[in-house]
Design a protein around this ligand. Structure first.
Ligand SMILES: Nc1ncnc2c1ncn2[C@@H]1O[C@H](COP(=O)(O)OP(=O)(O)O)[C@@H](O)[C@H]1O
Ligand SMILES: [Mg+2]
Length: 259
């Protein structure tokens, strides 16, 4: 890919559980271009979260390499890694697990701005801008996170993720806990942000309908491997692998009535 932002090559990771070796990732290679949304879909246990945790440097890989913004991402450590983390941010399924529920929304958004060197007097203004960008208002800054609805919390999580001006967002089951209406609105927000700001996304879900709604390309995982990758419409209309066919069959209206 010409302006490759992220390039993952031959990534492998095994876990030992009850004496058995599980290949959570088996020679996974993927690329994401600047501004692209790549959907990563697969059944539960196919290795999606392991891939996201390795990308975020929460878990070490056994083998393979990752280039991100031209750097050897897995070789970065210490202060340089902390600085570069601003460029790759994560949105999890459960926003409450990601921040202190007693903290105010303003404090949650102040943290990344402070850590990444935004001057104190500029931070309140940036917090309001961030809130408005994700469809909330300045009023929300003073509220505790636990007083918000699930959808509002996920908006705060997205605001926090984009606060450091990342070039890549990794979203792992980010809308899976939300009811259908709220989920639709959050997906719309993601598509808008992506268009307005050109942030690339790795959008991970077990649900092909959700992935289809936001992705330019879709990669399908099965048993730790990428078994298929192609333009989103093509993967949905003419799935090539067994795993992709099973995911398409699970959403019968997908081909005729895309989201
Ligand atoms: N910390 C761990 N210890 C042992 N096995 C793990 C661990 N994390 C993941 N696995 C195993 O790796 C495989 C892939 O898991 P995961 O990446 O969570 O898949 P997904 O996100 O697609 O559901 C599963 O078989 C899972 O049980
Ligand atoms: Mg997972």
């Amino acid at each position: 890919m010409n302006d490759g932002l992220l390039s993952i090559e031959n990534l492998s990771k095994g876990f030992s559980s009850s004496g058995r070796r599980v290949a959570a990732l088996d020679n996974v290679s993927l690329t994401i271009a600047a501004g692209e949304t790549l959907g990563l879909v697969g059944a539960s246990g196919s290795g999606k979260s392991t891939l996201s945790r390795i990308l975020l440097r929460l878990v070490a890989a056994d083998a393979g390499s990752i280039r991100f913004e031209g750097e050897d991402w897995l070789a970065l450590n210490g202060a340089p890694l902390r600085r570069r983390r601003a460029r790759m941010q994560m949105v999890f399924q459960d926003p409450l697990a990601a921040f202190n529920p007693l903290a105010s929304v303003g404090a949650v958004l102040d943290d990344p701005l402070r850590i990444h060197g935004v001057a104190k007097d500029r931070r309140p203004g940036e917090i309001v801008e961030l809130l408005e960008r994700v469809g909330l208002t300045a009023d929300h800054a003073g509220r505790p996170v636990r007083a918000l609805s699930g959808g509002q919390r996920q908006r705060v999580a997205i605001a926090r993720a984009i606060a450091t001006r990342p070039s890549l967002l990794v979203l792992d089951e980010a809308v899976s806990a939300l009811d259908v209406t709220v989920r639709g609105r959050i997906l719309e927000l993601l598509v808008d942000l992506q268009k307005e700001q050109g942030i690339a996304c790795l959008f991970i879900s077990h649900d092909l309908a959700v992935v289809r709604a936001v992705s330019h390309r879709i990669a399908v995982m099965d048993g730790g491997r990428i078994v298929e990758v192609g333009p989103a419409a093509a993967v949905v209309a003419a799935p090539q692998s067994e795993a992709a066919r099973a995911l398409v069959a699970a959403v019968p209206r997908l081909v005729t009535d895309p989201c």
